[in-house]
Design a protein around this ligand. Structure first.
Ligand SMILES: NC(=O)c1ccc[n+]([C@@H]2O[C@H](COP(=O)([O-])OP(=O)(O)OC[C@H]3O[C@@H](n4cnc5c(N)ncnc54)[C@H](OP(=O)(O)O)[C@@H]3O)[C@@H](O)[C@H]2O)c1
Length: 174
């Protein structure tokens, strides 16, 4: 059997940041486009498992509503985690983690968090990357792509202009 597919779907500033340095996402608030329009709903429906970094989980756990309802959620962390919504935790290399997810029955994994996406990309285990670029230079913050990364070409699958000046780039990796 082939390994599970790993896909990321992120929003970035034009200068490649996914959050302010302190993790805040306030700069994204004025670029809210319905998830049916951005394709997020279809993407979310297509995955069976979420693999998120600890920092992303900490942001999401503070949301008024748990956004990952109905999915298997695995948090990458080396520290204990209060499982508020039935999340489990894993730690290890992308290959080790993916083997564990496969053993759990995962077939299509939503990989999220800059550090996690970057590790999967570096390991050659990220298959799809959708980046929605908002028309804003943030100036500083947490990068989507965190080195060291090997030089790697990607295949552009689609490029779509969206409302509010958003541009969505969908890539196949490898
Ligand atoms: N704009 C967007 O679309 C978007 C998307 C996702 C996230 N975000 C934002 O981005 C920020 C988080 O991104 P980030 O890059 O700082 O962090 P992250 O990838 O969410 O989490 C990093 C943490 O995950 C754990 N971790 C990572 N790799 C691991 C591994 N191989 N094994 C075990 N644990 C591992 C470590 O936590 P421990 O220290 O516990 O070991 C590490 O500190 C948040 O502010 C979030 O809201 C934005």
């Amino acid at each position: 059997m082939t390994r599970p597919t790993c896909a990321a779907f992120v929003g970035t500033s034009l200068d490649g940041f996914i959050a302010r340095s302190d993790g805040r996402l306030d700069w994204l608030e004025r670029y809210q486009v319905p998830p049916e329009v951005t394709g997020y709903t279809a993407f979310f429906d297509s995955v069976d498992t979420l693999l998120v970094g600890r920092s992303t989980w900490e942001t999401v756990a503070d949301f008024p509503e748990w956004p990952y309802a109905g999915k298997r959620v695995v948090v990458l962390t080396r520290r204990p985690l209060p499982a508020l919504h039935g999340e489990s935790t894993l730690a290890g290399t992308p290959a080790e983690v993916l083997a564990r997810l496969e053993a759990l029955g995962a077939r299509r994994v939503y990989v999220d968090g800059g550090a996690v996406v970057s590790q999967f990309l570096a390991a050659g285990l990220l298959d799809e990357l959708t980046v929605t670029v908002v028309p804003l230079v943030l100036g500083d913050g947490i990068r989507l792509l965190q080195g060291p990364l090997p030089s790697r070409g990607l295949t552009l699958v689609s490029c779509r202009a969206q409302p509010l000046g958003l541009v969505q780039l969908a890539y196949r990796v490898g």
